[in-house]
Write a protein that binds this ligand. Structure first.
Ligand code: GDP
Ligand code: MG
Length: 179
């Protein structure tokens, strides 16, 4: 099988660990050590190819320690997560992307922008105080501008979680067909 390394990045508290654990272990963790960086592996099939994914669940303390140098080695793609009920986390997505390509010394890395916690946005409703909420349209527009994929999901309800990885893997393979 082919080995592909990906990282889950984003602001604190957006659900990076919850998403990763939901994807790898199929359950929702209410709370996870926020400062611990974890590596997971998972087998996934895309087309006729078996992949061994190495998933780095990052734990950045600030926007300048998003991915430590060791975690960057061999990185093929990133899922940049924000919380759709935390506008600040949305507003730093582009900065995070820029920082990563800068650290890698690349012009581009296959990327999927991930809007997590959509279960909470629905709770806010239309009439609620949704000033902070980030709409699907806003998320999709940002992803388009960054030449990235876009997935809305809920780690809590396990909605859209598998799609994050599938979209990212497709993008990686589109950019790196040499194996
Ligand atoms: P991280 O710092 O980005 O790794 O965030 P965590 O995965 O630790 O999650 C932060 C908090 O958000 C925790 O209390 C999670 O239970 C919660 N959380 C994560 N994903 C979701 C989600 O999809 N919906 C809801 N309602 N809460 C979530
Ligand atoms: Mg975490």
């Amino acid at each position: 099988s082919k080995h592909r390394k990906i990282a889950v990045v984003g602001a604190r508290n957006v659900g990076k660990s919850s998403l990763t654990v939901q994807y790898v272990e199929s359950h929702f963790v209410e709370s996870y050590y926020p400062t611990i960086e974890n590596q997971f592996t998972k087998q996934v099939v895309l087309g006729k190819t078996n992949y061994t994914l190495e998933i780095c669940d990052t734990a950045g303390q600030d926007e300048f320690s998003l991915v430590n140098t060791k975690s960057l080695i061999g990185l093929k793609g990133v899922a940049i997560v924000y919380s759709c009920v935390n506008r600040a986390s949305f507003e730093i997505v582009e900065l995070i992307r820029d920082k990563i390509i800068d650290q890698l010394g690349l012009e581009h890395i296959p990327t999927v922008v991930v809007a997590n916690k959509i279960d909470l946005r629905e709770e806010l409703g239309d009439g609620g105080d949704s000033v902070a909420a980030v709409t699907r349209l806003e998320g999709a527009a940002l992803a388009k501008r960054l030449n990235a994929g876009f997935v809305e999901c809920s780690a809590k309800l396990n909605v859209g979680v598998n799609d994050v990885v599938l979209q990212l893997l497709k993008r990686i393979e589109g950019h790196d067909l040499t194996g």
